[in-house]
Design a protein around this ligand. Structure first.
Ligand SMILES: [Zn+2]
Ligand SMILES: [Zn+2]
Length: 437
């Protein structure tokens, strides 16, 4: 058990709730990721949803969680799950999620631990906390009510986003709350879109506030056209992709295209995919995904990696070119202008991918190097865009909407539009309470 040094003081108030429902963001209110939100009322029922971290360098952590018996984890992305071992190690908290999220957590924590050791950043939990957390799971099917206390109950609903991701509906004597986690209402290659749920209080993720996506299928077609162009000129397309979601989507798009492509798949996504296949009821088309996965050449050894240099497409982690095999391939191929790096996800400030897009250079193994490959970006996001968020919020018919997991600069655009539709909109900041009577 490690004392929580990075965010030592808790922002959570000591006073009991006098009236209404108290909602307190330990993190992830006015930022993307780093999520943790506590719900409590006069009955002293208390639930925490998500406890993540922000994998920036150095990482950022949410404020220290108060003692909670139960935490519900919406999905296994590190910004939602990264600090859960701390909860178990310090508060013996029970963790609740879908079977797939629970199965993926072990891979995510192991990787977080490894990265923090390599980069030398303090991690507020240790291996023992991680072992305890592995034992702390209670898994739930979508739609199945779970009694939390005498007066509160909750259930999970599919969130789109990635397989296994859940929205959380909590019923208290006075309110019905829906916390979206990360959502996408559009269907994507491996998961169906989320459906609205009637509620009084909607906590809506706002990653894409103020930003709309291009048409998903048109963007997939543009991506495939670029792959064909690169391959026809004798190049290799490197597709940096996140281990949990995007990489598998890319494989499925490439496989479903029917193109005769030699696709190699490297990095942590392979292990994640195995877990997907073990829990395949969460997949939109499990047979199709299994075929796509087996069709790709999975890189398992150093010699496989060298063989991948003859590929048409290499799909690999890390998605933001901050490490992983992607840098090894880029280092080998960077002076070949027939090759291309095709980004399919958001490149955060300070990431290798952002540096490459902005300057044409990237730091590989400690050196800033020029990259001659073509660079291109595609929007294959698994988050609902601005207009989908509006439609979703309207269909849930809430009295209150709380916008979280958003950029403080773009969140007001979404807030204004929802207010204009007659909703009572809150834009919380970390460490402050919202009380709803
Ligand atoms: Zn997130
Ligand atoms: Zn996510």
């Amino acid at each position: 058990m490690v004392l929580y040094t990075p965010g030592r003081t808790s922002s959570y108030p000591d006073e009991p709730v006098k009236s209404g429902l108290r909602i307190h963001f330990l993190g992830g209110a006015d930022e993307v990721g780093n999520v943790g939100v506590v719900f409590e009322d006069q009955t002293t029922s208390r639930i925490l949803i998500d406890y993540g971290l922000a994998p920036t360098s150095p990482p950022r952590y949410p404020s220290e969680a108060p003692p909670v018996e139960d935490a519900i984890i919406t999905h296994a992305h590190i910004d939602h799950i990264g600090m859960a071992p701390w909860l178990v190690g310090n508060h013996q908290t029970k963790l609740h999620a879908t079977t797939l999220t629970a199965a993926l957590s072990h891979i995510m924590w192991k990787d977080t631990y490894k990265v923090s050791s390599i980069e030398g950043y303090p991690l507020p939990w240790d291996r023992r906390d991680e072992d305890e957390a592995n034992q702390a799971w209670q898994t739930h099917s979508y739609g199945e009510w779970h009694q939390h206390s005498d007066t509160w109950k909750w259930r999970l609903h599919p969130a789109g986003h990635v397989p296994g991701a859940a929205m959380v509906e909590i019923k208290t004597p006075s309110h019905t709350i829906l916390h979206t986690g990360d959502i996408d209402t559009r269907s994507s290659p491996n998961v169906n879109g989320a459906h609205p749920i009637n509620c009084d209080i909607l906590l809506l993720e706002s990653t894409y506030a103020g930003k709309n996506h291009p048409d998903r299928l048109q963007e997939e077609a543009r991506f495939l056209a670029k792959i064909i162009e690169v391959v026809e000129r004798g190049g290799i397309a490197i597709v940096p992709a996140f281990a949990s979601g995007r990489g598998q989507d890319i494989l499925k798009i490439l496989y479903d295209s029917g193109l005769d492509l030699n696709v190699h798949y490297d990095g942590m996504g392979k292990t994640v995919s195995q877990k997907w296949l073990e829990h395949n009821t969460h997949l939109r088309d499990s047979k199709g995904f299994e075929e796509a996965f087996r069709w790709s050449k999975r890189v398992r050894s150093k010699s496989d990696r060298k063989r991948a240099l003859d590929a048409d497409v290499i799909v690999t982690t890390s998605g933001m070119l901050d490490g992983g095999p992607a840098l090894w391939y880029l280092n080998r191929l960077r002076s070949d202008d027939r090759c291309a790096v095709l980004f399919t996800g958001y490149q955060a400030e300070g990431s290798g991918g952002r540096q490459l897009l902005e300057s044409g250079k990237i730091k590989i193994y400690g050196h800033n190097v020029e990259v001659a490959c073509e660079l291109d970006k595609f929007d294959l996001s698994n988050h609902a865009g601005h207009s989908e968020l509006i439609t979703f919020a309207e269909s849930c018919n809430p009295k209150h909407v709380i916008l979280f997991h958003g950029d403080p600069e773009t969140r007001p655009i979404l807030a204004k539009e929802l207010e204009a539709k007659g909703m009572n909109v809150h834009t919380p900041i970390n460490g402050q309470n919202i009380t709803i009577n």
